[in-house]
Design a protein around this ligand. Structure first.
Ligand SMILES: CC(C)(COP(=O)(O)OP(=O)(O)OC[C@H]1O[C@@H](n2cnc3c(N)ncnc32)[C@H](O)[C@@H]1OP(=O)(O)O)[C@@H](O)C(=O)NCCC(=O)NCCS
Length: 213
């Protein structure tokens, strides 16, 4: 059965998410048809790029209110806090979420995850990892053994999250950052690009540099 998917957010991240769904279909990993994008404030540039991709813009996010009940939603927004807010709005419509895992990603057989997961090409998730709802693991990042990743977390390209870590709700690990084994990143915290987390990061804090402060 082909699943109808609507992607929320037609910016660069959302259009990358589209390519993941297309790659899954091309590889025979479940049949999904992207019906289109919803976005409250699409730019002219992004609307043109949707046309080029031959995928329609359907309207504002509230378009989902009247969507068929079997429409699956995929949030295509990279920032965890914005994604969390969209998640709240979309939950109110009661539609199921779709999970997209690129065929060139590795997710261990005992990894458990919530709905709305997005795993980009080259990402590696090893063993006994728990991923919450609407987690986005970007290109070529790694998530090590026994790590717990909360809802709406983003791990950006090339970031390395070691074993036994804990990333709380809506935390962001920036591009090329590393989180050493056993460390925690608090809810809503941001780890800057290329930072190295050697101490636990409190909730809501921004840290950067090596060691991250
Ligand atoms: C750390 C971060 C959150 C700071 O954002 P910000 O508060 O808007 O910071 P600003 O750009 O105003 O810069 C503030 C200062 O921090 C420095 N800075 C910014 N990011 C830094 C980083 N990653 N590492 C070290 N220093 C950094 C700036 O040079 C500036 O220093 P100055 O005051 O001496 O000039 C952000 O720069 C970052 O790294 N985000 C992650 C981005 C990412 O992963 N993008 C990939 C998307 S796929």
């Amino acid at each position: 059965m082909t699943v109808d998917v609507v992607i929320v957010g037609c910016g660069g991240h959302g259009r990358e998410v589209l390519t993941i769904v297309q790659a899954m279909t091309d590889a025979g990993r479940g049949a999904a048809r992207v019906r289109g994008f919803v976005d409250d404030r699409p730019s002219e540039r992004n609307l043109k790029l949707l046309q080029r991709a031959d995928v329609p813009y359907l309207g504002r996010v509230d378009w989902l209110r009247a969507a068929p009940v079997d429409t699956h939603v995929l949030i295509g927004v990279g920032h965890p806090i914005v994604r969390q807010e969209l998640g709240r709005r979309i939950d109110a419509h009661g539609l199921p979420a779709f999970s997209a895992v690129h065929p060139d990603a590795t997710v261990g057989p005992d990894v458990v995850h919530g709905e709305g997961l997005v795993v980009f090409a080259g990402a590696r998730v090893t063993t006994n990892v728990t991923l919450g709802r609407h987690v986005h693991l970007n290109q070529n990042c790694t998530v090590g053994h026994d790590t717990v990743v909360g809802d709406f977390v983003s791990v950006n390209p090339l970031a390395a999250v070691s074993g036994d870590c804990r990333l709380e709700t809506a935390a962001l690990v920036g591009t090329c950052a590393s989180v050493l084994q056993g460390r925690q990143v608090g809810a809503g915290a941001t780890v800057g690009a290329s930072a190295c987390v050697v101490h636990d990061v409190p909730p809501g804090v921004v840290v950067k540099g090596v060691p991250a402060r």
